[in-house]
Design a protein around this ligand. Structure first.
Ligand code: SF4
Length: 298
């Protein structure tokens, strides 16, 4: 799952931490801390896809699937134990005191969120709802650490009962969903995401989720084999947003970004900042939704 990259910071130590997001930390299996400009502080990632399994095959994905990993059962108690150990490294002001972030200014390393994500689609794992319940209960034990719970999802399984249950737990306290929508036409979708789940089903999922819970959309735009998403594709993407909104799906914000790190396929290249800014303007004025561009200088 690709998290929105961030604008490059001026401080070189901060820049290094914000542009390098390794998923290995100490002897932990599931949990890792990153300094995130998008979050405005430290985001703790929970990787639920140790086997790297995903029902998308995005050419821009940064997960290296050329080295396969065996299927692994998720241990919810082990995730909680790792989180508690990591949360213990935050002081009373919520500032992370880990040695690896020593050079990062205090203001940039306060705990902001715990993000359920992974080297694949986190809602695919059977333990998803149980993990969400555990996170909500963990959050309740640490009210002094004012952090959010975030789910980063490719939106394919938002029609599953256990997934919706998990999301309800996550949002029962301070939580948020970032749902992926990268395309307007099925044709472009099958190039940029490649999935057996149709784009129409994703739209229906986003409508249903938004009728119950407001959420943010994350959209990555890139060029494929030198072809930038054409005008008809962009129009169809805006139409999808319009339909979701008209059907009562509440979208808090649309986050637009492009490639920031090396993708799986070299045929996949970033779009320009101008492309994203133009789209942002069309979303705001033509659809009436707040939109932001991440990760590019314009
Ligand atoms: S949804 Fe796409 S970017 Fe995210 S993990 Fe799956 S293949 Fe990678």
């Amino acid at each position: 799952m690709l998290i929105c990259p961030d604008m490059p910071p001026r401080n070189p130590d901060l820049k290094r931490e914000q542009s390098h997001h390794p998923r290995d930390f100490a002897d932990f299996v599931y949990v890792y801390p990153v300094v995130s400009r998008r979050s405005g502080g430290v985001s703790i990632g929970v990787n639920l896809n140790l086997d790297k399994f995903c029902n998308f095959d995005c050419p821009y994905c940064q997960v290296d699937r050329t080295v396969p990993k065996p299927k692994q059962a998720i241990s919810v108690p082990a995730i909680r134990a790792e989180l508690e150990k990591l949360l213990a490294t935050f002081d009373a002001d919520g500032v992370c005191r880990l040695e690896r972030f020593a050079a990062v200014p205090d203001a940039d390393k306060r705990l902001k969120d715990i993000a359920v994500s992974g080297d694949g689609e986190p809602t695919m794992v059977p333990e998803f709802a149980e993990v969400c319940t555990m996170l909500a209960s963990l959050q309740a034990t640490r009210p002094e650490l004012d952090f959010q719970l975030v789910l980063i999802t490719n939106s394919t399984l938002l029609d599953r009962k256990n997934v919706l249950e998990g999301i309800s737990h996550l949002l029962s306290r301070n939580g948020e969903v970032w749902a992926k929508l990268d395309a307007g036409t099925e044709e472009w979708y099958q190039k940029v995401n490649i999935s057996r789940v149709s784009l129409d089903r994703i739209e229906a999922n986003l409508i249903r989720l938004g009728q119950e819970h407001p959420y943010k959309i994350q959209s990555l735009f890139c060029s494929l084999d030198g072809v930038t998403p054409p005008q008809a594709e962009r129009d169809a993407y805006l139409d999808r947003l319009r339909r979701i909104k008209a059907a009562g799906g509440e979208i808090r914000e649309v986050q637009l970004h492009t490639l920031a790190r090396k993708p799986a396929q070299s045929t996949c290249t970033p779009v320009t900042g101008g492309f994203l800014q133009d789209l942002r303007e069309r979303i705001e004025t033509g659809v009436g939704l707040p939109a932001r561009v991440y990760g590019v200088e314009t």
